[in-house]
Ligand binder design. Structure first.
Ligand SMILES: [Zn+2]
Length: 230
């Protein structure tokens, strides 16, 4: 057409905002646990702005009931599993940081069994690695590091019958050596937390907790590395 300049809409970045959650509970007042209703309100607030990918670290059994509501919204869901706990029959994640003598805590820290993980996978949930033991990876030596990364990937592939391409670093902790080891173990991508890196082995995520109202979740996402140019 003569004369007019067609202005293209600003191209929105296509990378999804990757959210990191842990446990889901209406009445367990632990920092890792959000009521399902709050989690969904956070997700709904954020997905008005950006494509959202919901991830759960640690494979707590308490997350299962919220997953259908996420899938009804068309959102991809990934669960990062510590395979040693699945191998122990869905044992509670009683790592030193979460150690507790309270029966309630121990019950809420129960993790998903391989059967449960297979069922979730059959509904389209991605099941990926969070190492074998929830190790603090930058603190461990070479062979132990490769064991955490390689054995967890192998166990997931054996149990689920498909490739395990993704990893989330426990505590979001990594360094250059850990990134290199993740690449060498055969992963295609690894997730950290709120740190900016131009590296597919240090993808940032926004971790959200029960203190985050939907408005605060928006603020936390806005101040995350996703919002800076990269
Ligand atoms: Zn974790």
């Amino acid at each position: 057409m003569a004369g007019g300049t067609v202005r293209r809409p600003t191209r929105r970045r296509l990378t999804p905002l990757v959210l990191c959650y842990h446990a889901v509970s209406d009445d367990w007042p632990h920092r890792l646990a959000l009521p399902a209703d709050l989690l969904l309100r956070q997700v709904d607030a954020l997905r008005r702005l950006r494509r959202v990918h919901v991830t759960f670290d640690d494979a707590f059994r308490s997350i299962v009931d919220v997953i259908p509501a996420l899938q009804e919204r068309g959102l991809p869901v990934t669960i990062f599993v510590c395979t040693g706990f699945a191998d122990a029959g869905g044992a509670p994640l009683l790592i030193p940081e979460l150690a507790s003598d309270d029966d309630r805590d121990v019950a809420e820290l129960a993790t998903l069994t391989w059967d449960e993980l297979r069922t979730l996978a059959s509904f389209g949930v991605e099941i990926a690695s969070h190492t074998v033991t929830h190790a603090r990876l930058p603190a461990i030596a070479g062979e132990d590091l490769s064991q955490e990364l390689e054995a967890s990937k192998r166990r997931l592939e054996e149990e689920l019958g498909g490739p395990c391409d993704r990893l989330a670093y426990p505590y979001g902790r990594y360094d250059a050596r850990v990134r290199a080891a993740a690449r060498a173990a055969g992963y295609s991508e690894a997730f950290a937390l709120r740190r900016l890196a131009r590296d597919r082995f240090a993808r940032p995520r926004v971790d959200l907790y029960r203190r985050h109202t939907p408005i605060r979740a928006l603020g936390r996402a806005a101040s995350s590395p996703f919002s800076r140019s990269r």
